[in-house]
Design a protein around this ligand. Structure first.
Ligand SMILES: [Zn+2]
Length: 257
C-alpha cells in the first residue's frame, strides 16, 4: 500500500479527522496582474503611491473572480476524502479559497482572519464591518475617477483595513467564537480514533497548528498523524511510532490521491 492509500484507510477508519492547512496553500497573488478585469485598475494604483491601500481590495476581488485552479482542485479532493466524517479544519491561510470547496463552514476555523471583514487599523474598537460592498464601490470610483475614497473607521476616522494577521493591530475577536467550537470539538477526540492530517504547514505560525497538533497526537493513544510537506516534513522522535512523514508538496499530494 502506498502512503496515500494508507491515509485513505486511516481516514475511513477514524472517528474524528483533524486537518491543518498551512503555507503551501497560500494564495500569493502572482497572477493578479494578468487578471483581465483588474489589470487596468492595478496599473492606476501602481502609478500613484497614495492608492496602494487599494491593493488588498483588488486581492479580494481577485479571489472572488478566480476560476477553478489547482489549489481549489486540491481542496475538492480533500473534501471528497472527509465529507462524511466528523472533521474540523484549522487553516492559517487568509485567502478563503477553501470556502469554495464545499466544506461545512461551521467546521473550519481561520485564526489568521481573511478578506470578509474590515476593522479599525488602530483597533480603537473591535467592531468588524462587512467588506463586500466596498470592493465594488472602490472599483467603480477607480475606473471613473482614477482615484477612490478610502473607507474610514466610523468611530475614530482612521483607515479601515482587512481583519487578518497582516493588520498591525489584528482584531482577533473575528475568529474566536469558531475557535471555541474547535477546542470543544478537540476535547471530545481524547482517546478516540483520531486521524490528524497536517497539510503544507510551515513555521509562520507554529503555535496555531504544528506544535499543538503534535501534542494532540502525542497524548492521544489512538491517534494517527500524517505530515505532508515539501520542505518541513520531519517528525520529532516522540511521534516516530505513530507518525507518517510524507515528503511532498501537500497540494500535489492531494491531487495525486
Ligand atoms: Zn477606529
Amino acid at each position: 500500500m502506498t502512503e496515500a492509500e494508507q491515509l485513505v484507510e486511516k481516514i475511513k477508519d477514524a472517528e474524528y479527522v483533524l486537518i491543518g492547512i498551512g503555507e503551501e496553500f497560500n494564495e500569493n497573488f502572482t497572477q493578479i496582474g494578468l487578471h483581465e478585469n483588474l489589470m487596468k485598475l492595478l496599473h492606476k494604483i501602481e502609478e500613484n503611491d497614495s492608492l496602494s491601500w487599494i491593493i488588498p481590495f483588488m486581492e479580494k476581488a481577485y479571489i472572488e473572480e478566480q476560476e477553478v485552479n489547482e489549489n481549489l482542485q486540491a481542496y475538492q479532493k480533500l473534501y471528497e476524502l472527509i465529507k462524511d466524517k466528523n472533521y474540523f479544519i484549522v487553516t492559517t491561510c487568509i485567502d478563503g479559497a477553501i470556502e469554495k470547496a464545499g466544506f461545512d463552514e461551521t467546521r473550519i476555523v481561520q485564526p489568521c482572519g481573511g478578506y470578509h471583514y474590515l476593522q479599525c487599523s488602530e483597533k480603537c474598537n473591535t467592531e468588524l464591518i462587512k467588506a463586500d460592498n466596498y470592493v465594488e464601490i472602490i472599483k467603480e470610483q477607480l475606473e471613473k475617477e482614477g482615484t477612490a475614497e478610502r473607507p474610514l473607521c466610523p468611530k475614530c476616522g482612521k483607515p479601515l483595513v482587512f481583519n487578518n494577521v497582516l493588520s498591525e493591530h489584528y482584531v482577533e475577536e473575528g475568529y474566536l467564537p469558531q475557535w471555541e467550537k474547535y477546542t470543544k470539538w478537540l476535547s471530545a477526540t481524547l482517546n478516540r480514533k483520531l486521524c490528524i492530517l497536517e497539510l503544507g504547514v510551515g513555521m509562520d505560525f507554529p503555535s496555531v497548528i504544528r506544535f499543538p497538533f503534535e501534542k494532540v497526537a502525542f497524548f492521544n493513544q489512538k491517534a494517527s498523524f500524517y505530515r505532508v510537506n515539501e520542505t518541513l516534513y520531519q517528525l520529532n522522535e516522540e511521534l516516530a511510532d505513530k507518525g507518517v512523514s510524507i515528503h511532498k508538496n501537500a497540494q500535489k499530494f492531494l491531487l495525486e490521491i
